[in-house]
Design a protein around this ligand. Sequence first.
Ligand code: CA
Length: 287
Amino acid sequence: MTRRSSPPHKETAPPRHGHGAKSRISPINVGLAMALILMIGYLVAPTLTRDDSPQPDYVVVNTYPHSPEAFTQGLAYHDGFLYEGTGEYGTSTIRKTRLETGEIIRNENLPFKFFGEGIVIHDGKLIQLTWQNKVGFIRDLESFSILKEFTYEGEGWGITNDGTNYIMSDGTSTLRFLDPQTMEVIKTMRVRDGDLSIRKINELEMYKGDLLANIWESNRIARISLETGAVIDWIDLSELRKEIMTNAVPGQRPDVLNGIAYDAQGDRLFVTGKRWPFLYEIRLTDP
Ligand SMILES: [Ca+2]
């Protein structure tokens, strides 16, 4: 009602400076219009910025040295140190390294016939899978000595622990959940993005209640809901791979992204790749 009655009032208002038409653009009206424009601009600007410049998936917080010889298959962080399982026949190892320098503090070679794969630390033990040997090693975390072996069907790729069970990948879209006491499969879960099954699930890591998994031969990490198996976000690390490939010196043969470790206490997320000369601490921009 007020709005409808306003124009007639303006039309009939006496001109202040003798020119009725111009009188509508009085200093007061200009001021109001400017204020309105500024207000609209203020309200609209953040939306436009957000739409026009999508946030990157992550920011690099720190860059650390990483052995360009290490064919990384599994990465874990525990109590101030990084642990890494490396692969290929003849060069497979399990090692404990200093984050800041990449210095190897402890190293254990696997016999030639084993191709080392994912690792996880839990309850003072270090579990290491093998690719097609169908055997996993349960090691003492301090000495790396093998306490026990266990077997599984199919292939071993990545492994982590969700606080209750071990979660294991095998190169397919199916995750296996293992009982930590018996290492038997107690359930499985299909990873999917919408209706699409996500295959080649590789290195795993728990992150704030979700599962992070890098997809073999891609530069992407899937963030997976452990309630549904659905991919809830993708983290694209193509730029890191590009940086690694561009800066590789002759003789270095960096391969695909592989290796995720999370320091839950310090809220630090580490990623690297097979024979990458660097390991990155990244922070996800969509926490
Ligand atoms: Ca990991």
